[in-house]
Design a protein around this ligand. Sequence first.
Ligand SMILES: [Zn+2]
Length: 374
Amino acid sequence: MKKAFKYRIYPSAEQEILINKTFGCVRFVYNRMLANRKETYEQFKDDKEALKQQKYLLPADFKKEFEWLKEVDSLALANAQLHLQTAYRNFFRDQSVGFPKFKSKHHDKKSYTTNNQGGTIRLMDSKTIRLPKLKDVRIKLHRQLPKGSVIKSATISKTPTGKYYVSVLVEYEAHIKPVAPTTETVFGLDYSSKSLFVDSQGNHADYPKFYRQAEAKLKRAQRKLSKRKKGSQNREKQRLKVAKLHEKVANQRKDFLHKLSRQIANAHTAVAIEDLNMRGMAQGLRLAKSTNDNGFGMLKTFLAYKLAEEGKQLIVIDQWFPSSKRCRFCQKENKKLTLADRTWTCSHCGAELDRDENAAINIKNEGCRILGIA
Ligand SMILES: [Zn+2]
């Protein structure tokens, strides 16, 4: 089993300089390699076979011209190349995602990934982690790595408020007994743009009030920031304020979703959930402008691994499954149902249906069908 564990780190002033230099070098190499790919693509895009034959520049090709690239962790640069390759491959698989974009100093997350090579990444004691090039960095180890785990890689990142983190990816052997699902213990979740989701027991889950309040405060602070003059000291002050609120809101959201997914994973044997990739985004654009987060997606990710750790399953239902349009009693579809209809009456059997609740139960039933226990 592979899993990432994220910890706060406290680099020294010297280590901080090297970390930031590495962020810069990774971005530089990524953008150079991307420019090279872009040029090649423009030149050969009409000849797929010729395009396939092309060779691309690698991080090592830039080191002669830009000597300073040699000062930073070369594995970080190699990983930048892998990230670009993945982005490029995704683009070829699905052109709608768009050509990979250049990384900006101001808008992109500051991070780099490096690999463990025979102990170059390891925990020295409860307060220290060793990282390539950086040597020993102070770490707040708020939880232990699983017993017998092997560190594969580490991602070092910095938040807009200047905090540093390391996310350690480990591999370990897990002894998991599969849990057999039953119709009573399968849980269905339907995405809700107003709250978070509606479940197959008719409950509406929403973020706690304190979270909504913090979110509103953040929005006000963001508006204020947009009115500040560019380059002014007041703008920088406000930017930091916004970044801090942003961090607070993001942490609150994560904590809440961790707790919620833990409860759900403990209480049920399987969870059925809709695949929201396309539909969710389209809906999101129209309806959920107020929630600029991807809370539901995060919940899904947390649920997937929390269930897996307990030998349980997350069933992802096809996005074209008519969860809302189908009457859960007689299975007849209501083709005229629109997004605005919150309740409806089935023209076939006369049932009075709450849109979200009906959808959640349909999702649960479809999950049971897929599991073979319907
Ligand atoms: Zn019906």
